[in-house]
Design a protein around this ligand. Structure first.
Ligand SMILES: [Zn+2]
Length: 86
């Protein structure tokens, strides 16, 4: 199998992360990633996004809790701002 180009590697990101690639294709993409930092960055970003999404999907956040968190964050922001002039 020929070496994948950046374009080919990036086109396979989703399949790669879904574990839907065969062993050979996976190996060649992994090999490409070892030598190509732009692709590593792109893969890393996609992986982070996926981790975030899968976390959120697995544990749906109730709206009430989301609102409490938003309010707490707002409160923290206000407190930090008011204590800033020490
Ligand atoms: Zn690349």
């Amino acid at each position: 199998m020929s070496k994948p180009t950046c374009e080919e590697s990036l086109a396979q990101i989703y399949l790669f992360l879904d574990g839907e690639l065969d062993e050979g294709t996976r190996a060649s993409i992994e090999l490409h990633l070892e030598h190509c930092s732009p692709c590593v960055a792109a893969f890393g970003l996609e992986m982070e996004l996926r981790a975030l999404v899968s976390r959120c999907c697995r544990e749906p956040v109730p709206r009430e809790l989301r609102e409490r968190i938003a309010a707490a964050l707002e409160e923290m922001g206000r407190t930090a701002a008011s204590e800033d002039g020490d």
